[in-house]
Design a protein. Structure first.
Length: 305
């Protein structure tokens, strides 16, 4: 083990451990199944969505287990052979794609509701626009993202050029950031569209306004930066690990800041935003990503030829 790679190795180990533990907790904490219909009329669609998501979580748990074991092997014995490394990465990416695909049931249910709201009337244009954004975010995360991940898995082969795998890895990174931008922005819009909260919820608590601005504009800026990095790397045939580090660090800081802001400045009124982000967020493990992004800022470029 060289001291030069120690910060990156330690960061990867902590991220893999967080990925594993958060998924383990989500998989074996099953009281959230049917939670949104408790005390109401039984809704078969709600249980279908939750069961489908649980099935996807099983695959993410398998991916997290393989990832953690692989990082422990890397930390103690170094990288495995290129062939074995690509096989492990391919399985992890496929299982992660299946996890996101498990959310497609929710996308279909909400799309049908959107069609009913659009043609059924009885709702305001503001709510309809907010709900439309919410459905779009679900379609991106449960259909577009899995497709990109499956293509990436196909490109991860020792018999295929590394440039193709890197290209699709960067495309996946773009879609990930766009997904989190859309999902979290729609959650904010759903929160402030409630009559009990309203837009004054942002101005009443500076913490909330800062988080909303980071979500709506900061994540959009990060998505654009990620897309530019992907385009530049593909044309120059050189992968800037510094630029990738910025993306990884920025994405991780988004989750870390949102979590830490409630812990240290949590005097604002509780709302659906905090309930969903802190209590129903299977991606909160990403708050450890800065531990990987920071060492990458000091790494040399990677030639793709």
């Amino acid at each position: 083990m060289t001291s030069k790679n120690l910060p990156l190795k330690a960061g990867l180990l902590i991220v893999a451990l967080a990925y594993f533990l958060f998924t383990l907790h989500g998989l074996f904490t099953l009281q959230w199944i049917g939670e949104w219909s408790r005390g109401q009329i039984f809704r078969f669609a709600t249980f279908t969505e939750d069961i489908s998501a649980t099935a996807g979580t099983v695959f993410r748990f398998a991916a997290a287990t393989i990832a953690l074991a692989s990082i422990i092997y890397y930390f103690t014995r170094g990288l495995p052979s290129k062939s074995r490394l690509f096989k492990l990465l391919r399985v992890i990416v496929v299982f992660e794609g299946i996890y996101w695909l498990g959310l497609s049931t929710s996308a279909m249910v909400d799309f049908n509701r959107l069609v009913g709201l659009t043609f059924g009337g009885g709702v305001t244009l503001t709510f309809l626009g907010t709900f439309t954004l919410y459905v779009i975010s679900e379609i991106v995360e449960s259909i577009v993202l899995p497709i990109v991940l499956f293509v990436l898995a196909y490109k991860l082969s020792v018999n295929k050029p590394l440039r193709g795998a890197v290209k699709w890895a960067l495309i996946a990174a773009v879609v990930y950031v766009v997904t989190f931008w859309l999902v979290n922005s729609s959650l904010w819009l759903l929160t402030v569209s409630e009559g009990s909260v309203g837009w004054s919820y942002l101005t009443a608590y500076p913490q909330n306004f800062a988080i909303f601005a980071i979500t709506a504009f900061g994540m959009l800026s990060l998505a654009i930066y990620t897309a530019c990095t992907a385009k530049k790397s593909d044309s120059a045939k050189i992968l800037s690990l510094k630029n990738v580090g910025v993306v990884v660090f920025g994405l991780g800081m988004f989750f870390l800041w949102n979590y830490a802001s409630w812990v240290f400045f949590g005097y604002g009124k509780w709302s659906d935003w905090y309930a969903l982000f802190l209590g129903h967020n299977f991606d909160l493990w990403m708050l450890t990503l800065p531990l990987v992004g920071l060492p990458m800022l000091f790494m040399d470029d990677l030639k793709l030829d």
